[in-house]
Design a protein around this ligand. Structure first.
Ligand code: SAH
Length: 350
């Protein structure tokens, strides 16, 4: 089945041309954009201020809705996990993580992933396909609506941050990420601040180069998982093919360009990535760079022998880095009771 593109795969700057092409007056562009990015229309007939003929014309070219909610889970820590069904029947996950004064939306960029990281549930099925920009944008619209309908108790405002730490490797799908980021940050799109957006990558060199070339100004997290090329390759076989020094150098270049400090994500797996020697080598690697480190104790998968590092060793690993002058934080992974680690829910339902 040949699918139509999603209307929301267009960027705000495309709407004037679209409206001209279909022969409608130019002021209609603003109205259609509003329905797409501000009013979050999910059905064409919601667009009450548009003539029937224009709606017909648009709906012949585009689909308005690409995601159907299939399952919603709420954790005891208020983390919410969503399983969405796409038009071709594949599924993706998104998560809302409530923080003190905002919510964090964790979004997917691909169905599956080609990176084959040993600790990650998404990796198990390989890559199925890239998401299109509209499918990225629509995750935000559904999560934003969910947060409005069900405010998190005790949470200050309803501002949200977006992190691309769900299923997929965002820098392997830059053709989608670039327009999606444009629509997220445009004043006539979702009007988000760049400061509220974070891309997380396993660091393929070609992807980092494209990121640098388009300089979107959003934050960057580089997932490492090894302090030598050999170590990293064992845990993250595909990204491990880009040399550590090259990946770190490109990430640092991007950080300078964006004027933002780059984050290093390090998953702590007992006996594999939690050795004091590794912390020392990591500190050495990061010396002179404006990086900070987030340590993430493994969220264990039920079919794997990999075990999370115990708390005292987590603290020990952190201390080696902080003593070496590297700002290092421990990130608790939320939603353990609801399969909230990357790809776990989708795998269970397959
Ligand atoms: N491909 C991108 C984004 C998806 S993974 C990347 O590699 O960054 C997002 C983050 O989740 C990465 O830092 C990854 O190391 C971490 N992660 C994946 N599975 C995990 C698990 N089971 N436990 C803890 N962290 C995990």
């Amino acid at each position: 089945m040949e699918l139509k593109p999603l209307l929301r795969s267009l960027v705000p700057g495309d709407f004037a041309g679209l409206i001209a092409d279909v022969g409608a007056p130019s002021y209609r562009a603003q109205q259609v954009k509003q329905w797409a990015f501000v009013q979050d229309a999910m059905q064409w007939d919601q667009m009450g201020n548009l003539p029937h003929s224009l709606r017909e014309c648009l709906s012949a070219k585009f689909d308005l809705r690409g995601l159907e909610l299939q399952e919603r889970q709420v954790s005891t820590d208020h983390t919410r996990k969503f399983l969405f069904r796409l038009r071709d029947g594949h599924t993706i996950e998104s998560v809302i993580i409530p923080m003190k004064d905002h919510a964090t939306f964790c979004l997917s960029t691909q169905v599956g992933c080609a990176m084959a990281c040993t600790f990650c549930a998404t990796a198990r099925g390989g890559l199925v396909r890239h998401l299109e920009p509209g499918e990225v944008i629509e995750q935000i619209l559904h999560l934003r609506a969910d947060l409005e309908d069900h405010p998190v108790p005790g949470m200050g405002d309803r501002q949200f941050n977006v992190v691309f730490m769900g299923m997929g490797e965002p820098l392997d799908n830059w053709d989608t990420m670039e327009p999606a980021l444009q629509s997220m940050t445009a004043t006539d799109g979702l009007a988000m601040s760049k400061r509220r957006i974070q891309i997380s990558t396993s660091g393929p060199a070609a992807g980092l180069q494209r990121l640098i070339a388009s300089a979107p100004g959003v934050g960057l997290t580089l997932s490492l998982g090894g302090s030598t090329d050999e170590e990293r390759h064992k845990v993250m076989p595909v990204p491990g093919r880009t040399g550590l020094k090259e990946a770190l150098g490109l990430a640092a270049d991007y950080g300078r360009l964006a004027g933002r400090r780059v984050t290093i994500a390090w998953v702590l797996i007992q006996d594999r990535t939690d050795q004091p020697d590794q912390a020392k080598r990591l500190a050495q690697l990061l010396k002179g760079h404006n990086f900070k480190v987030n340590l993430i104790p493994l969220n264990p998968l039920d079919d794997s022998t990999l075990v999370p590092t115990a708390d005292p060793a987590v603290l020990g690993f952190q201390k080696i880095l902080t003593d070496a002058g590297v700002p290092t934080f421990i990130r608790a992974s939320g939603g353990r009771d609801i399969d909230a680690a990357c790809g776990q829910l989708r795998r269970k339902r397959q």
